[in-house]
Design a protein around this ligand. Structure first.
Ligand SMILES: *Cc1c(COP(=O)(O)O)cnc(C)c1O
Length: 360
Protein backbone atom coordinates (compact mmCIF):
# COMPACT_ATOMS: atom_id res chain seq x y z
CA UNK A 1 0.00 0.00 0.00
CA UNK A 2 1.23 3.45 -0.87
CA UNK A 3 -0.15 6.65 0.66
CA UNK A 4 0.82 9.99 -0.85
CA UNK A 5 0.98 13.39 0.80
CA UNK A 6 -2.32 14.82 -0.41
CA UNK A 7 -2.43 18.61 -0.52
CA UNK A 8 -5.93 18.75 -2.04
CA UNK A 9 -8.17 21.66 -1.02
CA UNK A 10 -11.11 19.31 -0.72
CA UNK A 11 -12.13 16.59 -0.50
CA UNK A 12 -8.95 16.38 1.44
CA UNK A 13 -6.62 14.35 3.62
CA UNK A 14 -8.11 12.58 6.64
CA UNK A 15 -6.26 11.14 9.64
CA UNK A 16 -4.86 7.75 8.70
CA UNK A 17 -5.85 6.38 12.09
CA UNK A 18 -9.49 7.22 11.39
CA UNK A 19 -9.42 5.58 7.97
CA UNK A 20 -7.88 2.42 9.42
CA UNK A 21 -10.50 2.23 12.15
CA UNK A 22 -13.27 2.70 9.60
CA UNK A 23 -11.73 -0.04 7.46
CA UNK A 24 -11.66 -2.42 10.42
CA UNK A 25 -15.30 -1.71 11.16
CA UNK A 26 -16.41 -1.86 7.54
CA UNK A 27 -17.98 -5.32 7.56
CA UNK A 28 -19.05 -5.52 11.18
CA UNK A 29 -19.56 -2.34 13.13
CA UNK A 30 -19.04 -3.18 16.79
CA UNK A 31 -20.77 -6.53 16.72
CA UNK A 32 -23.82 -5.39 14.76
CA UNK A 33 -22.84 -7.66 11.86
CA UNK A 34 -23.21 -4.84 9.37
CA UNK A 35 -21.49 -1.73 8.10
CA UNK A 36 -22.61 1.72 9.29
CA UNK A 37 -23.52 2.26 5.62
CA UNK A 38 -26.06 -0.53 5.84
CA UNK A 39 -27.78 0.24 9.12
CA UNK A 40 -30.97 2.13 9.89
CA UNK A 41 -30.48 5.72 10.91
CA UNK A 42 -33.12 4.98 13.56
CA UNK A 43 -31.12 2.11 15.07
CA UNK A 44 -29.62 2.19 18.57
CA UNK A 45 -26.13 1.89 17.10
CA UNK A 46 -26.56 4.93 14.88
CA UNK A 47 -28.28 6.93 17.56
CA UNK A 48 -25.16 6.44 19.67
CA UNK A 49 -22.94 7.51 16.76
CA UNK A 50 -24.76 10.78 16.09
CA UNK A 51 -25.26 11.64 19.78
CA UNK A 52 -21.59 11.12 20.54
CA UNK A 53 -20.52 13.02 17.45
CA UNK A 54 -22.57 16.02 18.53
CA UNK A 55 -21.29 15.86 22.10
CA UNK A 56 -17.67 15.55 21.02
CA UNK A 57 -18.06 18.54 18.69
CA UNK A 58 -19.65 20.51 21.53
CA UNK A 59 -16.73 19.62 23.79
CA UNK A 60 -14.12 20.52 21.18
CA UNK A 61 -15.64 23.89 20.28
CA UNK A 62 -17.05 24.64 23.68
CA UNK A 63 -20.48 25.20 22.10
CA UNK A 64 -22.92 26.85 24.53
CA UNK A 65 -26.26 25.17 25.29
CA UNK A 66 -28.23 27.84 23.46
CA UNK A 67 -26.72 26.73 20.14
CA UNK A 68 -27.96 23.75 18.12
CA UNK A 69 -25.69 21.52 16.09
CA UNK A 70 -27.23 20.29 12.84
CA UNK A 71 -25.84 17.65 10.50
CA UNK A 72 -27.23 18.47 7.06
CA UNK A 73 -26.65 17.77 3.36
CA UNK A 74 -26.40 19.79 0.17
CA UNK A 75 -22.87 21.02 0.69
CA UNK A 76 -21.82 24.41 1.92
CA UNK A 77 -23.40 25.76 -1.26
CA UNK A 78 -26.89 24.83 -0.11
CA UNK A 79 -26.39 27.09 2.89
CA UNK A 80 -25.93 30.01 0.49
CA UNK A 81 -29.72 29.82 0.00
CA UNK A 82 -30.77 28.34 3.32
CA UNK A 83 -29.28 31.23 5.29
CA UNK A 84 -31.26 34.02 3.58
CA UNK A 85 -34.42 31.91 3.41
CA UNK A 86 -34.33 31.48 7.18
CA UNK A 87 -32.79 34.74 8.35
CA UNK A 88 -33.91 37.48 5.95
CA UNK A 89 -36.80 38.89 7.95
CA UNK A 90 -36.15 42.44 6.70
CA UNK A 91 -34.92 41.13 3.35
CA UNK A 92 -31.59 42.88 3.71
CA UNK A 93 -28.14 41.43 4.36
CA UNK A 94 -24.56 42.70 4.27
CA UNK A 95 -21.88 40.59 2.60
CA UNK A 96 -18.12 40.99 2.74
CA UNK A 97 -16.62 39.76 -0.49
CA UNK A 98 -13.27 38.05 0.01
CA UNK A 99 -13.37 35.48 -2.79
CA UNK A 100 -15.41 33.14 -4.93
CA UNK A 101 -17.32 31.52 -2.09
CA UNK A 102 -18.46 34.80 -0.55
CA UNK A 103 -19.31 36.04 -4.04
CA UNK A 104 -21.44 32.99 -4.74
CA UNK A 105 -23.15 33.26 -1.37
CA UNK A 106 -24.00 36.92 -2.03
CA UNK A 107 -25.33 36.18 -5.52
CA UNK A 108 -27.57 33.45 -4.12
CA UNK A 109 -28.88 35.64 -1.29
CA UNK A 110 -29.77 38.27 -3.86
CA UNK A 111 -32.55 35.96 -5.05
CA UNK A 112 -34.30 36.53 -1.73
CA UNK A 113 -33.62 40.12 -0.78
CA UNK A 114 -31.34 43.11 -0.97
CA UNK A 115 -27.65 42.34 -0.68
CA UNK A 116 -25.16 45.05 0.23
CA UNK A 117 -21.58 44.24 -0.64
CA UNK A 118 -20.12 46.35 2.14
CA UNK A 119 -16.45 45.50 1.56
CA UNK A 120 -14.41 43.60 -0.99
CA UNK A 121 -10.84 42.64 -1.76
CA UNK A 122 -11.56 42.01 -5.45
CA UNK A 123 -9.31 44.96 -6.41
CA UNK A 124 -6.20 42.89 -5.59
CA UNK A 125 -7.42 39.43 -6.64
CA UNK A 126 -8.64 38.71 -3.10
CA UNK A 127 -5.09 38.62 -1.75
CA UNK A 128 -6.04 40.30 1.52
CA UNK A 129 -8.88 40.75 4.02
CA UNK A 130 -10.40 44.24 3.94
CA UNK A 131 -10.39 46.44 7.04
CA UNK A 132 -13.66 45.53 8.74
CA UNK A 133 -13.44 47.76 11.80
CA UNK A 134 -15.92 50.39 10.64
CA UNK A 135 -18.08 49.17 7.79
CA UNK A 136 -21.29 50.76 6.48
CA UNK A 137 -23.56 48.19 8.14
CA UNK A 138 -27.17 48.63 7.01
CA UNK A 139 -29.54 49.48 9.87
CA UNK A 140 -31.98 46.94 8.45
CA UNK A 141 -29.45 44.19 7.83
CA UNK A 142 -30.66 40.83 9.09
CA UNK A 143 -27.07 39.62 9.28
CA UNK A 144 -23.48 40.22 8.17
CA UNK A 145 -21.96 37.41 6.16
CA UNK A 146 -18.33 36.37 5.88
CA UNK A 147 -16.32 33.51 4.45
CA UNK A 148 -13.83 33.21 7.29
CA UNK A 149 -11.10 31.26 5.52
CA UNK A 150 -10.83 31.70 1.78
CA UNK A 151 -9.91 28.29 0.46
CA UNK A 152 -9.04 29.45 -3.04
CA UNK A 153 -7.06 32.60 -2.23
CA UNK A 154 -5.49 31.55 1.06
CA UNK A 155 -6.66 34.40 3.28
CA UNK A 156 -8.20 34.25 6.74
CA UNK A 157 -9.83 36.79 9.03
CA UNK A 158 -7.53 37.22 12.03
CA UNK A 159 -10.13 39.40 13.64
CA UNK A 160 -13.87 39.17 13.10
CA UNK A 161 -15.62 42.17 11.51
CA UNK A 162 -17.24 44.78 13.68
CA UNK A 163 -20.87 44.05 12.82
CA UNK A 164 -22.15 46.89 15.00
CA UNK A 165 -24.44 44.57 16.87
CA UNK A 166 -25.74 42.69 13.84
CA UNK A 167 -25.74 38.94 13.64
CA UNK A 168 -22.58 37.37 12.20
CA UNK A 169 -22.87 34.40 9.84
CA UNK A 170 -19.67 32.61 8.85
CA UNK A 171 -18.72 29.97 6.32
CA UNK A 172 -15.84 28.14 8.01
CA UNK A 173 -15.68 25.18 5.60
CA UNK A 174 -11.90 25.32 5.22
CA UNK A 175 -10.90 26.32 8.76
CA UNK A 176 -13.42 24.26 10.75
CA UNK A 177 -11.72 22.91 13.92
CA UNK A 178 -8.32 24.26 12.90
CA UNK A 179 -8.13 26.48 15.99
CA UNK A 180 -10.36 27.49 18.91
CA UNK A 181 -13.25 29.89 18.19
CA UNK A 182 -15.61 31.84 20.39
CA UNK A 183 -18.96 30.47 19.22
CA UNK A 184 -20.88 33.21 21.05
CA UNK A 185 -19.60 35.78 18.54
CA UNK A 186 -21.64 34.16 15.78
CA UNK A 187 -25.29 33.61 14.93
CA UNK A 188 -24.41 30.79 12.55
CA UNK A 189 -21.14 28.95 11.97
CA UNK A 190 -21.33 26.43 9.17
CA UNK A 191 -19.17 24.42 6.85
CA UNK A 192 -18.99 21.52 4.47
CA UNK A 193 -16.94 18.85 6.23
CA UNK A 194 -14.93 17.69 3.22
CA UNK A 195 -12.16 20.23 3.78
CA UNK A 196 -11.03 19.63 7.33
CA UNK A 197 -13.31 17.08 8.98
CA UNK A 198 -14.72 14.22 6.95
CA UNK A 199 -16.08 12.92 3.65
CA UNK A 200 -18.11 15.12 1.31
CA UNK A 201 -21.86 14.98 1.78
CA UNK A 202 -22.20 16.32 5.31
CA UNK A 203 -22.55 19.95 6.33
CA UNK A 204 -22.43 21.06 9.93
CA UNK A 205 -24.45 24.08 11.00
CA UNK A 206 -24.02 25.55 14.48
CA UNK A 207 -26.91 27.94 14.99
CA UNK A 208 -28.11 30.05 17.89
CA UNK A 209 -31.45 28.76 19.13
CA UNK A 210 -33.41 32.00 18.79
CA UNK A 211 -32.67 32.04 15.04
CA UNK A 212 -34.55 28.80 14.55
CA UNK A 213 -38.14 29.89 13.90
CA UNK A 214 -41.11 29.19 11.67
CA UNK A 215 -40.87 32.74 10.40
CA UNK A 216 -39.04 31.96 7.17
CA UNK A 217 -39.48 33.33 3.65
CA UNK A 218 -42.72 32.14 2.02
CA UNK A 219 -42.16 29.03 -0.07
CA UNK A 220 -39.09 27.85 1.83
CA UNK A 221 -39.04 24.06 1.37
CA UNK A 222 -39.41 21.93 4.50
CA UNK A 223 -35.93 20.51 3.96
CA UNK A 224 -34.44 24.01 3.87
CA UNK A 225 -35.86 25.15 7.20
CA UNK A 226 -33.48 24.96 10.14
CA UNK A 227 -36.46 24.26 12.39
CA UNK A 228 -37.24 21.02 10.56
CA UNK A 229 -33.81 19.64 11.33
CA UNK A 230 -33.46 21.13 14.79
CA UNK A 231 -36.80 19.65 15.91
CA UNK A 232 -35.84 16.24 14.54
CA UNK A 233 -32.25 16.31 15.90
CA UNK A 234 -30.91 16.03 12.34
CA UNK A 235 -33.03 12.92 11.72
CA UNK A 236 -35.98 14.42 9.86
CA UNK A 237 -35.03 12.32 6.87
CA UNK A 238 -32.16 9.93 6.28
CA UNK A 239 -29.07 11.89 7.23
CA UNK A 240 -25.64 11.42 5.60
CA UNK A 241 -25.07 8.64 8.09
CA UNK A 242 -21.69 7.34 7.01
CA UNK A 243 -20.30 10.85 6.78
CA UNK A 244 -21.49 11.65 10.29
CA UNK A 245 -19.85 8.45 11.51
CA UNK A 246 -16.49 9.46 10.04
CA UNK A 247 -16.85 13.02 11.39
CA UNK A 248 -17.46 11.51 14.81
CA UNK A 249 -14.23 9.54 14.54
CA UNK A 250 -12.34 12.67 13.54
CA UNK A 251 -13.77 14.50 16.56
CA UNK A 252 -12.49 11.73 18.81
CA UNK A 253 -9.11 11.91 17.07
CA UNK A 254 -8.99 15.67 17.66
CA UNK A 255 -9.83 15.20 21.33
CA UNK A 256 -7.11 12.59 21.65
CA UNK A 257 -4.63 14.95 19.99
CA UNK A 258 -5.35 17.47 22.73
CA UNK A 259 -8.14 19.58 21.29
CA UNK A 260 -8.19 22.76 19.27
CA UNK A 261 -5.48 24.64 21.19
CA UNK A 262 -3.06 21.89 20.30
CA UNK A 263 -4.31 21.76 16.71
CA UNK A 264 -3.73 25.49 16.41
CA UNK A 265 -0.13 25.12 17.58
CA UNK A 266 0.44 22.24 15.18
CA UNK A 267 -1.14 24.14 12.30
CA UNK A 268 0.90 27.26 13.05
CA UNK A 269 4.08 25.22 13.12
CA UNK A 270 3.29 23.60 9.77
CA UNK A 271 2.28 26.85 8.11
CA UNK A 272 5.36 28.65 9.43
CA UNK A 273 7.66 26.08 7.88
CA UNK A 274 6.15 26.70 4.46
CA UNK A 275 5.71 30.48 4.74
CA UNK A 276 9.26 30.98 6.07
CA UNK A 277 10.62 29.10 3.10
CA UNK A 278 8.44 31.07 0.66
CA UNK A 279 9.57 34.36 2.18
CA UNK A 280 13.23 33.71 1.41
CA UNK A 281 12.83 31.74 -1.82
CA UNK A 282 14.12 33.31 -5.03
CA UNK A 283 11.84 31.19 -7.19
CA UNK A 284 8.56 30.80 -5.30
CA UNK A 285 6.42 33.59 -4.01
CA UNK A 286 3.39 33.54 -1.70
CA UNK A 287 0.45 35.47 -3.12
CA UNK A 288 -1.22 36.69 0.08
CA UNK A 289 -0.56 39.70 2.31
CA UNK A 290 1.35 38.38 5.30
CA UNK A 291 -1.05 39.58 7.96
CA UNK A 292 -3.98 37.76 6.33
CA UNK A 293 -2.34 34.43 5.58
CA UNK A 294 -4.39 31.28 6.11
CA UNK A 295 -3.04 28.42 8.22
CA UNK A 296 -4.87 25.97 5.99
CA UNK A 297 -4.47 26.97 2.34
CA UNK A 298 -1.17 28.30 1.04
CA UNK A 299 -1.13 29.56 -2.56
CA UNK A 300 2.18 30.32 -4.27
CA UNK A 301 3.57 30.94 -7.75
CA UNK A 302 6.86 30.94 -9.63
CA UNK A 303 5.77 33.68 -12.00
CA UNK A 304 5.96 31.34 -15.00
CA UNK A 305 3.01 29.18 -16.05
CA UNK A 306 5.40 26.68 -17.57
CA UNK A 307 7.46 26.30 -14.42
CA UNK A 308 4.29 26.06 -12.34
CA UNK A 309 3.06 23.20 -14.50
CA UNK A 310 6.45 21.50 -14.33
CA UNK A 311 6.47 21.85 -10.55
CA UNK A 312 3.02 20.29 -10.16
CA UNK A 313 4.01 17.42 -12.47
CA UNK A 314 7.31 16.65 -10.77
CA UNK A 315 5.85 17.04 -7.29
CA UNK A 316 3.26 14.42 -8.16
CA UNK A 317 6.00 12.05 -9.27
CA UNK A 318 7.61 12.64 -5.88
CA UNK A 319 4.40 11.64 -4.03
CA UNK A 320 3.21 15.19 -3.33
CA UNK A 321 -0.25 15.37 -4.88
CA UNK A 322 -2.90 17.93 -5.75
CA UNK A 323 -0.67 21.00 -5.58
CA UNK A 324 -2.23 22.68 -8.60
CA UNK A 325 -3.83 26.01 -7.75
CA UNK A 326 -7.55 26.65 -8.21
CA UNK A 327 -8.54 26.89 -11.87
CA UNK A 328 -9.47 30.56 -11.42
CA UNK A 329 -6.10 31.53 -9.91
CA UNK A 330 -3.43 29.28 -11.43
CA UNK A 331 -0.08 28.63 -9.78
CA UNK A 332 0.07 26.26 -6.84
CA UNK A 333 -1.78 25.78 -3.61
CA UNK A 334 -0.85 23.56 -0.70
CA UNK A 335 -3.76 22.78 1.59
CA UNK A 336 -2.34 21.72 4.93
CA UNK A 337 -5.38 20.79 6.96
CA UNK A 338 -5.43 19.24 10.44
CA UNK A 339 -4.71 15.75 9.11
CA UNK A 340 -1.63 16.76 7.11
CA UNK A 341 1.34 15.69 9.22
CA UNK A 342 4.31 18.00 9.80
CA UNK A 343 6.39 15.51 7.82
CA UNK A 344 4.20 16.18 4.79
CA UNK A 345 5.05 19.87 4.85
CA UNK A 346 8.71 19.05 5.46
CA UNK A 347 8.67 16.81 2.39
CA UNK A 348 7.02 19.59 0.37
CA UNK A 349 9.56 22.22 1.43
CA UNK A 350 12.47 19.85 0.75
CA UNK A 351 11.08 19.21 -2.72
CA UNK A 352 10.61 22.93 -3.35
CA UNK A 353 14.22 23.61 -2.35
CA UNK A 354 15.44 20.97 -4.74
CA UNK A 355 13.20 22.30 -7.52
CA UNK A 356 14.42 25.83 -6.89
CA UNK A 357 18.03 24.75 -7.18
CA UNK A 358 17.38 22.93 -10.45
CA UNK A 359 15.27 25.62 -12.08
CA UNK A 360 16.58 28.99 -10.99
C1 LIG B 1 -15.45 24.19 -0.73
C2 LIG B 1 -16.10 25.38 -0.17
C3 LIG B 1 -17.45 25.67 -0.40
C4 LIG B 1 -18.33 24.80 -1.26
O1 LIG B 1 -18.58 23.62 -0.66
P1 LIG B 1 -19.60 22.55 -1.26
O2 LIG B 1 -19.74 21.59 -0.13
O3 LIG B 1 -18.93 21.97 -2.46
O4 LIG B 1 -20.86 23.23 -1.60
C5 LIG B 1 -17.99 26.78 0.20
N1 LIG B 1 -17.25 27.58 0.98
C6 LIG B 1 -15.95 27.35 1.22
C7 LIG B 1 -15.17 28.27 2.08
C8 LIG B 1 -15.33 26.25 0.65
O5 LIG B 1 -14.03 26.01 0.87
Amino acid sequence: MKRVYNFSAGPAVLPEEVLKEAAEEMLDYQGTGMSVMEMSHRSKAFEKIITEAEQDLRDLMNIPDNYKVLFLQGGASQQFAMIPMNLMKNKVADYIITGQWAKKAAAEAEKYGKVNRIASSADKTFSYIPDCSDLPIDDDADYVYICENNTIYGTKYKELPNTKGKLLVADVSSCFLSEPVDVTKYGIIYGGVQKNIGPAGTVIVIIREDLITEDVLPGTPTMLQYKTHADAKSLYNTPPAYGIYICGKVFKWLKKMGGLEVMKERNEKKAKLLYDYLDQSKLFKGTVEKKDRSLMNVPFVTGSDELDAKFVREAKEAGLENLKGHRTVGGMRASIYNAMPYEGVEALVAFMKKFEKENL
